[in-house]
Design a protein around this ligand. Structure first.
Ligand code: NAD
Length: 332
């Protein structure tokens, strides 16, 4: 099978490329990535010489380029990770979110229909359901995005469904909770706390630290995606999440304990505009239909993640100059 992976130099995409090349000998991957501030060619340096892997630098909105890649590589499936993914950046300027998260997806869909692609998987997010009190949204739950980022992802999901219903494009959408693990750009909650901890710098937490997220180890997400690629029923949306809900205070305290840091380092900073309090998805469908279950418990995943950042300073130190918006963090 030949797969076009877009955004494969980002956090989840790079983990997935490594995962699937190990998992299936017959897989060939073309990685199309624009290498924005969040994309890093070093995330996939270890597979660069694999004959089953090709990298192309470019934009998913570029019609000619995407057409050319699909034809030249006889691509069977597209997995779209490419996105602007930072909520705070979407609040400051939505232009690139509109360009990539909506326009780019539409371009991929148009070409996928014309070229008869066998599978199109859109990587979406639990944020499309908006902030929830204590309920867990299933895949039929109303979309109620709050941030410009989440609105752009929800729009893309609607277009993906429309291309399935109108043109019969074989699609799946995966709505995942917060991922954490190796190779996450140090502007997101876990890596900023861990890399600041390594440097003995303050650990910034938004507001009162009460925002709740459901933390999924990135390799568990890769396994869920692999299941959807191999067995997903066309037209289905799959939520992906463990039941690992923690608020940001709890995360900061876990990290302090694990890294033997003083809790005095925790510093509360002014909250993000419109900060969603809690996301919650029900992932029973992917478990019952495809047999997926997360394997990495939160304590083990956090330990692995901390060890990875401790052992890979040469990876994250050069990224710090692009990683902050006045040292503000994300919790998603
Ligand atoms: P990321 O920001 O780490 O990576 C995004 C990648 O997309 C980068 O390599 C970037 O260079 C590339 N890119 C951006 N615009 C592009 C364009 N126009 N053309 C080609 N490439 C482009 O993101 P991530 O955290 O790996 O997230 C991947 C996907 O998963 C996103 O669609 C995101 O919405 C979704 N998601 C992420 C999480 C999470 O916790 N990280 C949770 C749920 C869903």
């Amino acid at each position: 099978m030949k797969i076009l992976v877009t955004g494969g130099c980002g956090f989840i995409g790079s983990n997935f490329i490594r995962y699937i090349l190990q998992k299936r000998e017959t897989i060939e991957i073309v990685n199309l990535d624009l290498l924005t501030y969040a994309g890093n060619i070093n995330n996939v340096i270890d597979v660069a010489n694999d004959p089953r892997y090709t990298f192309v630098r470019g934009d998913i909105s570029d019609k000619m380029l995407v057409n050319k890649i699909l034809k030249a590589h006889k691509v069977d499936a597209i997995i779209n990770f490419a996105a602007e993914s930072h909520v705070d950046r979407s609040i400051l300027d939505v232009t690139e979110f509109y360009h990539t998260n909506i326009g780019g997806v539409l371009n991929l869909l148009e070409i996928a229909v014309k070229q008869g692609i066998n599978k199109f998987i859109q990587i979406s997010t639990d944020e499309v359901y908006g902030s929830l009190d204590d309920e867990f949204a299933d895949e039929k739950f109303v979309l109620n995005p709050s941030s410009p980022y989440a609105a752009s992802k929800a729009s893309a999901d609607q277009f993906v469904m429309a291309y399935h219903h109108t043109f019969g494009l074989p699609i799946n959408i995966m709505r995942s909770s917060n991922n954490y693990g190796p190779y996450q750009f140090p502007e997101k909650l876990m890596p900023i706390l861990i890399t600041n901890g390594i440097q003995n710098l303050p650990l910034p937490i938004y507001g009162k630290g009460r925002n709740v997220r459901n933390w999924l180890y990135v390799i568990d997400f890769c396994e869920a995606l692999f299941n959807v690629l191999e067995k997903g029923n066309n037209g289905e949306i799959y939520n992906v999440a463990p039941y690992n809900e923690f608020n940001n205070n709890e995360i900061a305290h876990f990290i302090c304990r694990e890294m033997e840091l003083s809790e005095d380092l925790i510093q509360y900073v002014p909250d993000r505009l419109g900060h969603d309090l809690r996301y919650g998805v029900n992932a029973d469908k992917i478990s019952s239909q495809l047999g997926w279950k997360p394997k990495v418990g939160f304590a083990a995943g956090l330990k692995k993640t901390i060890r990875w950042y401790q052992g890979n300073e040469s990876w994250w130190r050069p990224l710090l100059k692009n990683a902050t918006l006045d040292n503000r963090i994300l919790s998603d």
